[in-house]
Write a protein that binds this ligand. Structure first.
Ligand SMILES: Nc1ncnc2c1ncn2[C@@H]1O[C@H](COP(=O)(O)OP(=O)(O)OP(=O)(O)O)[C@@H](O)[C@H]1O
Length: 346
């Protein structure tokens, strides 16, 4: 639904905000872009609907390459792309209904059709009783619901969300995220959101890109990334001291965290399992966990093979723990070199 290729943005002051971004957002998914302040997230989002013109690269939305369109065509294409903002961007002089009607007026929709559509949209976001209220009379969550209704007025296929929940308290954030998830499911809406908050990614995103210094450091579905060795996302969600202390093993359980794998390990291989840290999270409806352990005694190699066989991602740390398998299978590498090989593979 959204294809971004070779995107570069250099602002007038010489700041390189985007430094070669490639990205694909599939139809019907919720795609989160996560990054710290200044990483380039807002610039990327504003380039997707060409509010910001990229210095180089292409943006294609729903099969149309926006970067080649003239102003009139671009205005039409933008009707297929809604946008919501951190501070809602409502017109304070208009009522709630007037705000939602605004894009329809601009698009020349006749008055009666407009009124019916506004009613439908306010019902969709749970604000049918607030049509005549002014933005100043609403809570933050209600204001964002108006913002969402307005963004959906022209029936877009894509919704861009610019830190839509950053100004809201945790409870309201959850209700807005639940609304976005429902709209995604009911309308088949593709949502691209930017956030600096991991809990937003955990709550609703199917896929994620992590941005650093104007580049994509890592991208994929949440399930893919959690199963990928050395994943930045996994490290962000399950923070453990890095680098892992020598001799420890870090285990990532994707989707099987509720199975008694560890007790099976102790019973079958007679190893002592010393848990050093870890946590569990609900991700995309699955329980995912990350555990750092030290294994002593018993059949350690057999225990690790057993874990891998159960679909657990096993990452060994420390030169003395590098196995022939993880060092590339030669079994001849010196410990220090082997550690380098593993680091590179990550
Ligand atoms: N209009 C502008 N003119 C010049 N530099 C800009 C402009 N907008 C953003 N920048 C710079 O581009 C870089 C990326 O900014 P951007 O706002 O895209 O990052 P961000 O990840 O969204 O950060 P935040 O979460 O703080 O909004 C920053 O160094 C910022 O100072």
């Amino acid at each position: 639904m959204i294809h971004v290729s070779g995107l570069r943005k250099v602002y007038g002051n010489g700041v390189v905000a985007l430094d070669g971004v490639d990205l694909d957002v599939r139809e019907g998914e919720i795609f989160g872009v996560l990054g710290q302040s200044g990483a380039g997230k807002s610039t990327l989002l504003r380039c997707v609907n060409l509010l910001e013109r990229p210095t180089a690269g292409t943006v294609t939305v729903d099969g149309r390459e926006l970067t080649t369109l003239g102003q009139a065509e671009l205005r039409r294409a933008r009707q297929g792309i809604g946008m919501i903002h951190q501070h809602f961007a409502l017109l304070s002089s208009r009522t709630v209904a007037g705000n939602v009607a605004f894009p329809l007026e601009v698009a020349g929709v006749p008055r009666t059709r407009r009124a019916a559509r506004v009613r439908e949209l306010l019902e969709l976001v749970g604000l049918a009783d607030k049509a005549s209220a002014r933005p100043a009379q609403l809570s933050g969550g209600q204001k964002q619901r108006v913002g969402i209704a307005r963004a959906l007025a022209a029936g877009p296929k894509v919704l861009l969300s610019d830190e839509a929940t950053s100004a809201l308290d945790p409870g309201t954030t959850q209700s807005i995220l639940a609304l976005l998830k429902r709209l995604n499911a009911e309308l088949g809406l593709t949502i691209m959101l930017i956030t600096h908050e991991m809990h937003v990614i955990k709550a609703i995103c199917d896929s994620v890109a992590i941005m650093r210094d104007g580049r994509i450091a890592e991208a994929g579905t949440v399930a893919e990334l959690v199963a990928r060795p050395g994943s930045l996302l996994t490290r962000e969600i399950f923070p453990l001291p890095e680098p892992a202390p020598s001799g420890t093993v870090t285990l990532t359980f994707a989707g099987r965290a509720d199975e008694p794998v560890i007790s099976g390990l102790v019973r079958r291989f007679e190893v002592d399992v010393n848990v050093l840290g870890g946590s569990l999270e609900e991700l995309g409806g699955r329980t995912v966990g990350r555990l750092r352990v030290r294994l002593d005694g018993g059949d350690r190699a057999g225990a690790l093979a057993y874990l891998r066989g159960r679909g657990v991602l096993v990452e060994e740390a420390g030169p003395e723990e590098i196995s022939a398998e993880s060092a590339g299978g030669t079994g001849t590498a010196e410990p220090i070199e082997a550690a380098g090989v593993v680091e590179e593979a990550r």
